[in-house]
Design a protein around this ligand. Sequence first.
Ligand code: FES
Ligand SMILES: [Fe+2]
Length: 418
Amino acid sequence: MARWPKPAEGSWTEHYPDLGTGPISLRDSSSPEFYELEREAIFKRAWLNVGRVEDVPRTGSYFTKEITIAKTSIIVVRNREGSINAFHNICRHRGNKLVWNDFPQEETKGTCRQFTCKYHGWRYNLDGDLTFVQQEEEFFDVDKDGYGLSTVHCDVWNGFIFINLDTEPRQTLREFLGPMITALDDYPFGKLTERYDFVADNNSNWKIFEDAFQEYYHVPGLHSQQVPPKVRDPQAAFECAHFQLDGPHRLVSTAGARRWTLDPEYMYPIERATRSGLVGPWQTPDIGVLPDGLNPGRIENWGITNFQIFPNLEILIYGGWYLLYRYWPTSHNTHRFEGYLAYHPARNVRERIEHEVSSVVFKEFALQDAGMLGGTQAALDTGVIDGFPLNDQEILVRHFHKVVADWVKQYQHEDEEA
Ligand code: FES
Ligand SMILES: [Fe+2]
């Protein structure tokens, strides 16, 4: 798929003729039938990020992940050799959910030596092997070797744990991520371990929410309460400096003047006092040489690059810290949003305050998007109109919906042939 430099003139979109320039349909975000297709065509085929290696720090550390759209629950666990494996969260005896605490639909995490089923006490080791059967002698030739937990393909890239629910993934994780994303092989995510996690159940289709982070020019309008007057002028900021596509993935970079050189009118008193805000701490500890892949457009005064990894992962890197979003569909018009901010662990109180402020400001922004997009979804659900014009700054929205449609078409095509 095309890669191109910043156009000296003309538009970003014209460099990718397959995208077209006409209005797009958003029926893919209000249709229960389309949601069913996405289940098979996308979420049971693509590599999905479910966590980080820091989420399973020791032998026996585990967490569960509810993947509603794929109608399954997964256990991710670190074994005695240190590798990370994933299993379907189902006991092989009579199908009880194996790992959960008070409520079966709630995710959980912890550390254990083995998994014991609540029902009749079957036990599984950290490799998923069945090791104990209650009243084994009363069964009829049950071979324990044949009743290990059902495995899920699992691989790790730069500390990010991915699973793939396909019987046989079509691509390795590395092939799937492709050159634009693996250009971040050397980005030191592992050093940024002070995390602020958020979860929200939103009243919008997963793609509609994802779209709100694929362009920035809505910021002065929607987020005007949070944006000081000078920045509200759309000409003053929020022009994206570089867009790039690679396979199903996308990125956008923005330029950003270093905040401490800016006029005080560009910021709120709390930002001046704490030297932190939506774009994070003004200064972050040295975490080493950052890879070129972080700023592939070679933007002078580079501010942030937002990597959108198909289908539902987004990593926004601000140089010395990053934000991560995941969008988990829960129905055709709802999804669960997970987000976190990750910083170098604070070395003193000032740094801790910088992190807290940046996290709180982020939460406020995300709530504004979430609240408004409930309105977008409600309007789309009426089905009254379709055919929505997109401008050049919305090229990633155009690309995203096209990739989703292409994956669905490919699935339907293979399904017909089978
Ligand atoms: S269902 Fe798990 S031990 Fe019976
Ligand atoms: Fe927004």
